[in-house]
Design a protein around this ligand. Structure first.
Ligand code: HEM
Length: 429
């Protein structure tokens, strides 16, 4: 278990601040933009302009992508689903134009077609549901949740956003990578800085990048000599299938890239999504009690959270050929925003889509909160198990857990980027 998981460390408050995080991307928008997204979708499901422009928000100070391109947005389920699935036409190469993603190295997030398939296929077995429910749970999730519950047990009141949601995922993914002890937070600080090429002086970014490299290099070379039961050891053992059908082990740079992507993709998202779900359950206390009575409702409550309020409401793609969508011609070379926030509330797919309903029958159309198609979240089963174990532990250990009525009312923040709760103040006993 990582010592930093339960340490009193001011870096948690600095690193896991939704306002700071969102405003570094230009998304320091207070309140919920979903009604505006829904209204756009109901007006027309495909429009010219970026989602930000269509919502008439001020331009972001630091845009994610560096190139100016013609910009379009799709907003309903059918079109977002199609754009996510047809990755050769609506290409993930768009991430090449994001300095933050580019510096991660050769990552599957921005690959397409056969290359993506070959790189993803070899790591997929580590992330499938049975592995999440056994390997991830036994090695890292259950211990970490137990340690966090013990810490919460010493408190009368807590902010679950910082005292649980922020701590758990970052610790689990870093431990999974073999970075134990005090390293989890230090690594996170360096990794975040190394991604801030648009806002920090280049020397600071390069120094942080060097630290990330150094810390991972140590783990990789130690696992080459002394295999352990963790993700890096599995990556060292992976055999990449080449185009001619032969195979070769991954090079260090490829392993670095995987580690950086997994740590980055698995930390912030689960923090914010768990917070959104917990707050919804606690602020509708009958839902919280329904989960206590029937634990089979915990996972549907998590899925419903990812449908109702996906932490990242918009993803983009690069359009590779001229294409007509609902009568609108989108020229090759355009950037396409896919508004998953509105697609997940599409009344053509869900009854009463704006209601967070944990009893909702599971239809034949899965929500898009974890993406869809070839790039559908690799770690979604791990994320779900983290949340299932954490919520069940709270239900087991704190029968009187409730929102703290004396604390300022929490807000959903983040606007278009990385939505999450400002806080989740609770009384534990
Ligand atoms: C609730 C938490 C999470 C949410 C909402 C989430 C959401 C997403 C989404 C929407 C994508 C697709 C991006 C795209 O199509 O451009 C994605 C991809 C990815 N996610 Fe997650 N994620 C979560 C947790 C995790 C965790 C815990 C891990 C790792 C342990 C992870 C690893 C990845 C990776 C590696 C990809 C890239 C997959 C590919 O390109 O083939 N995610 N995630």
């Amino acid at each position: 278990m990582a010592e930093s998981l339960v340490a009193e460390d001011a870096r948690y408050a600095q690193l896991f601040d939704v306002v700071k995080e969102a405003s570094s991307h230009g998304g320091d928008v207070f309140g919920d933009l979903t009604p505006g997204m829904n209204a756009l979708r109901d007006r027309y499901p495909v429009m010219k302009g970026s989602l930000r422009e269509l919502l008439e928000l001020p331009p972001a100070p630091h845009t994610m992508y560096e190139n100016e391109r013609p910009h379009y947005t799709v907003l309903n389920y059918a079109l977002c689903n199609r754009a996510l699935r047809e990755n050769l036409l609506f290409s993930s190469e768009v991430y090449e134009e994001s300095p933050g993603v580019r510096q991660l190295g050769k990552v599957i997030l921005k690959m397409v077609g056969d290359e993506h398939l070959r790189y993803r296929k070899m790591v997929q077995p580590m992330f499938i549901r049975p592995r999440a429910m056994t390997w991830w749970r036994k090695n890292w999730i259950e211990n970490s949740v137990a340690a966090l519950m013990e810490r919460l047990g010493t408190m009368d009141k807590a902010d679950l956003n910082l005292d649980l949601c922020a701590r758990l995922p970052v610790s689990i993914v870093t431990q999974g990578m073999g970075l134990g002890g005090e390293d989890a937070l230090t690594f996170r600080v360096h990794l975040q800085k190394s991604m801030m090429a648009r806002t920090l002086p280049i020397e600071e970014v390069m120094q942080a990048s060097g630290e990330v490299q150094r810390m991972l290099k140590e783990v990789i070379s130690s696992r080459r000599e002394n295999p352990q039961d963790d993700v890096v050891t599995e990556l060292v053992r992976c055999e990449l299938e080449l185009e001619d059908g032969s195979t070769r082990p991954l090079e260090d740079d490829e392993i670095f890239a995987y580690c950086r992507l997994i740590i980055l993709a698995g930390g912030g998202t689960t923090w914010r999504q768990l917070g959104i779900t917990l707050y919804q359950l606690l602020s509708n206390h009958q839902l919280w009690e329904a989960c206590r009575e029937d634990r089979d409702l915990v996972e549907p409550a998590i899925e419903e959270g990812a449908r109702w309020m996906p932490t990242d409401p918009v993803f983009s793609r690069l359009v590779k050929e001229d294409v007509e969508l609902e009568g609108v011609t989108i020229p090759a070379g355009s950037r396409l925003d896919m508004c998953l926030g509105a697609a997940n509330r599409d009344p053509a797919v869900w009854d009463n889509p704006d209601v967070y309903d944990i009893h909702r029958p599971r239809g034949d159309k899965p929500h898009l909160g974890f993406g869809m198609g070839p790039h559908r979240c690799l770690g979604l089963e791990v994320a779900k198990q983290e949340m299932v174990v954490a919520i069940n532990a709270l239900l087991d250990i704190f029968p009187n857990l409730r929102l703290d009525a004396a604390a300022p009312e929490p807000q959903l923040l983040g606007g278009l980027e990385q939505r999450g709760m400002s806080a989740i103040p609770v009384v534990l006993k």
